[in-house]
Design a binder for this molecule. Structure first.
Ligand SMILES: *[C@@H]1O[C@H](CO)[C@@H](O)[C@H](O)[C@H]1NC(C)=O
Ligand SMILES: *[C@@H]1O[C@H](CO)[C@@H](O)[C@H](O)[C@H]1NC(C)=O
Ligand SMILES: *[C@@H]1O[C@H](CO)[C@@H](O)[C@H](O)[C@H]1NC(C)=O
Ligand SMILES: *[C@@H]1O[C@H](CO)[C@@H](O)[C@H](O)[C@H]1NC(C)=O
Ligand SMILES: *[C@@H]1O[C@H](CO)[C@@H](O)[C@H](O)[C@H]1NC(C)=O
Length: 526
């Protein structure tokens, strides 16, 4: 009797535990950490990944301007592209800026503002800004010498400026590096994309495979999951790129192997009692033009019907593979779509279809919808009526990336968290719609040389306020060369005072007990 009473109690606790651990009702919300820069590359997280690339300052998407050293004028694509090219501008702006598409270490295509590529007119060798799709006829050797370049189409003479300010590829000799019409100054004006595309295409397939295999194997390991589970973390949010569906042989230049790594992450999560959120960080075509969406050159081509249906196939693939996995907590359909380039109605329709696909494979997995970044209010997703159950809206809270924060001191940053973030969370909660997830935040700000004590206060304020997010939060990011972003560094150096709660320990103890008693009840003859 006593034994049955106890086992009844234990079983009851077990059931309670199972339904409450992620009931997100205040008992135990998501306390997560992002595995940023692992299966989706972000150069700033680990710059050394790019160290071995020849001409590493001329990766895909690098913005360059070209100035004739004789005419002292910049090369310009009239109207940003679509017609002729002239060498007549004193000052370089958008028409005079070209984005590189890298073909090899020293062969490049040059893309204009309007999206066209520079090409050679076959009749007279004039350079025009008219090619829609770059082929070998749009590919140029670029020879460098200090800041100077010679430019030569694969077939043809060197490109030279003419005295009537055109650009023509008829220079038949090897030009010297003195001032001559075939010598230009190459000005690199922006080189801020360091993602999977730049890394893989920069190294070329063989070397990229070696670099990425080593990175995926060593950057995050089972030891990190152990660390997280011992420090009160219950979830990892794992950014993945669309090419994961075509493992092990994704389209060039992407490198296979991220699927095997994700499988490993799920098995570590299971071993250490963590849950996983799969986050589609990089969609085909790029949803925000940033390196972490694997954009080639900063363009945002995602909101096209072909890319959207390809993206839904990615969600179907992920939901099919992991929908029944005990460690799956949720699938985030798309990270940080850009408000400037992704229309709300297109996004909402994608989210609705994505929700259905996930639901088809799991009745319980949370379906997570990221807010648009830029000029958009997350309320738009609460008003859209997407999905019936277990829907979550993900907000990213950074006191960074906006001039608004640039002059704030430490107390003003903390005040902002209490006066602006907290009420927003209250308002969204009051809408009784989807749950709210602070899927990214960090213990870093624009305050220069803040003390450990100031960081502790900032971190604690954020933890205090974000604890009210109805789904929970997830820190960006587990590891980072910039130490203040690095979760492990923050914990080990006591810049972030977070120890989690003892809540996790009791239930897993109860779970073991309950499992024991369950087995006991099944095998003991009555
Ligand atoms: C280049 O194209 C622009 C716009 O089509 C035209 O106005 C201009 O005259 C052209 N310049 C040359 C040098 O052909
Ligand atoms: C859900 O599954 C059913 C049955 O397999 C299928 O007919 C339907 O198209 C699926 N819906 C979505 C949105 O994938
Ligand atoms: C921050 O700035 C405010 C407003 O200028 C000021 O009142 C406050 O003393 C400053 N706090 C710190 C810690 O510097
Ligand atoms: C921060 O510290 C660095 C190095 O100690 C120093 O050079 C810099 O001037 C400091 N910045 C501010 C804003 O105090
Ligand atoms: C959290 O929410 C509760 C109730 O909604 C509110 O009273 C409290 O002030 C909030 N705490 C923070 C730190 O925002």
């Amino acid at each position: 009797m006593g034994g049955l009473g106890l086992s009844g109690f234990v079983l009851f606790s077990w059931v309670l535990f199972l339904c409450c651990i992620f009931s997100v009702d205040g008992l135990s919300k998501v306390r997560g950490v992002n595995l940023g820069g692992w299966l989706v590359i972000e150069g700033w997280i680990k710059p050394s990944l790019f160290d071995g690339i020849p001409n590493g300052d001329m990766l895909d998407g690098t913005q360059v301007q070209i100035r004739s050293v004789v005419l002292n004028k910049y090369v310009s694509a009239a109207n940003g592209g679509g017609s002729n090219v002239t060498v007549d501008r004193d000052v370089a702006s958008t028409w005079e800026t070209f984005r590189l598409w890298r073909v090899s270490d020293n062969e490049f295509q040059l893309r204009c503002l309007g999206g066209q590529f520079l090409t050679v007119n076959s009749e007279d060798g004039l350079i025009l800004a008219t090619a829609k799709h770059p082929l070998s006829t749009e590919t140029f050797f670029i020879e460098r010498n200090a800041g100077r370049v010679h430019i030569r189409p694969l077939n043809g003479g060197y490109v030279q400026a003419t005295n009537n300010h055109l650009l023509i590829s008829t220079y038949q000799f090897q030009p010297g590096w003195d001032n001559n019409l075939a010598t230009f100054e190459l000005v690199i004006v922006a080189n801020n994309l360091h993602g999977d595309y730049q890394l893989a295409n920069g190294y070329g397939s063989e070397k990229a495979k070696m670099v990425l295999e080593e990175h995926r194997r060593s950057f995050i390991t089972a030891n990190d999951f152990d660390f997280l589970s011992r420090h009160g973390i219950n979830t990892v949010r794992i950014p993945v790129g669309w090419w994961i569906t075509q493992d092990p042989y994704p389209p060039s230049p992407f490198v296979g192997g991220s699927l095997a790594a994700l499988d490993l992450a799920f098995s570590w999560a299971q071993s250490y009692g963590l849950k996983c959120i799969i986050d589609l960080h990089a969609a085909p075509g790029s949803q925000n033009g940033m390196e972490h969406s694997a954009s080639r050159d900063g363009s945002v081509d995602w909101p096209s019907p072909e890319y959207i249906s390809q993206t839904l196939e990615v969600i179907d693939f992920l939901a099919t593979r992991y929908g029944g996995h005990p460690s799956l907590l949720g699938i985030e359909l798309l990270n940080e779509p850009s408000a400037a380039t992704v229309p709300l109605d297109v996004l909402v329709s994608y989210y609705m279809r994505g929700y259905q696909i996930v639901r088809n494979h799991s009745s319980t997995a949370y379906v997570i919808l990221c807010q648009r970044i830029g000029n958009a209010d997350p309320i738009e997703l609460f008003q859209a009526g997407i999905g019936l159950s277990n829907v979550v809206v993900d907000l990213h809270y950074y006191n960074l990336f906006d001039p608004y924060f640039a002059t704030m001191n430490s107390s003003q940053n903390i005040e902002f968290v209490y006066k602006m973030r907290a009420p927003q969370l209250q308002d969204l909660k009051a809408m009784n719609g989807p749950l709210v997830f602070i899927g990214e935040w960090v213990n870093e700000w624009d305050v220069q040389n803040a003390s450990q004590y100031e960081y502790q206060k900032f971190g604690s304020a954020q933890l205090d306020v974000y604890a009210n997010a109805t789904f929970g939060w997830s820190y960006w990011t587990l590891k980072n060369d910039m130490i203040h972003w690095d979760f492990e560094w923050n914990i080990q150096n006591k810049y972030l005072l977070f120890s989690g709660s003892s809540m996790l320990k009791t239930p897993s103890f109860l779970l073991l007990l309950a499992l024991g008693w369950g087995i006991h009840l099944i095998i003991m003859p009555r």
